[in-house]
Write a protein of this length. Structure first.
Length: 212
């Protein structure tokens, strides 16, 4: 059985090492050092990780993350590459694969695509299929709940899923699973997706989610 999360972990660690601590990322306001600190806190500090999703706890999470960001960058990347400690929820059987395949893919692309001269790289077929399987849930809760239009997300092989408000005009986005995942997470302006729909519907979507 393929371990896509582990492969993406190693890829992301390589990218962080190659970029160095001060490179930009697509995470607003974060350098690669900030991203590395986030990854370590998320995995190694369960007491602080809740603030990533819960606004009331965000201040504590930020203080802990800032503290980690002061550590040597090489140490942060090493801690991330080493994987979750035994006390981490991500150390539970199957948790890393379930929770981190998409997380690490997106953050790998956050490093790659922050460069002005980025070029897209093909995603291994098995990993692309894993991203497609996770896309319905991601699209529904990340893009669908924010979109003012119906979204038809289509795989190059013709498979499609639809999310967003019923009865609203439809905007069609076609591309590889990784590109669709990045769109759902608000990185659409750094994708190679094809966008089709009525001009006013496309413009309404562009106001809330970046498009190529």
């Amino acid at each position: 059985m393929s371990n896509h999360a582990l492969a993406e972990r190693h890829r992301l660690a390589r990218l962080l090492t190659a970029a160095g601590p001060d490179a930009p990322t697509l995470c607003a306001g974060w350098t690669t050092r900030d991203l590395a600190a986030h990854l370590v806190v998320r995995e190694r500090r369960p007491d602080a990780a809740a603030g990533i999703r819960v606004g009331a706890l965000a201040g504590w999470t930020q203080r802990v993350q800032d503290g980690y960001a002061e550590r040597p960058y090489e140490e942060l990347v090493w801690l991330f590459r080493a994987g979750p400690p035994v006390y981490s929820p991500f150390a539970l059987p199957g948790a890393d694969e379930a929770a981190n395949t998409v997380e690490y893919f997106v953050h790998s692309e956050d490093v790659v695509r922050a460069a002005e001269d980025w070029t897209g790289q093909p995603v291994p077929p098995g990993r692309a299929e894993a991203l497609w399987r996770r896309l319905p849930l991601i699209a529904r809760f990340e893009a669908g709940r924010r979109s003012p239009v119906r979204l038809a997300l289509t795989h190059p092989d013709g498979r499609s899923l639809t999310v967003g408000p019923a009865g609203a005009p439809t905007v069609h986005l076609t591309g590889e699973p990784g590109e669709l995942v990045l769109f759902a997470y608000g990185r659409g302006d750094r994708t190679t997706l094809t966008v089709d729909g009525a001009p006013d519907a496309v413009e309404a979507l562009r106001h809330v989610l970046p498009l190529p």
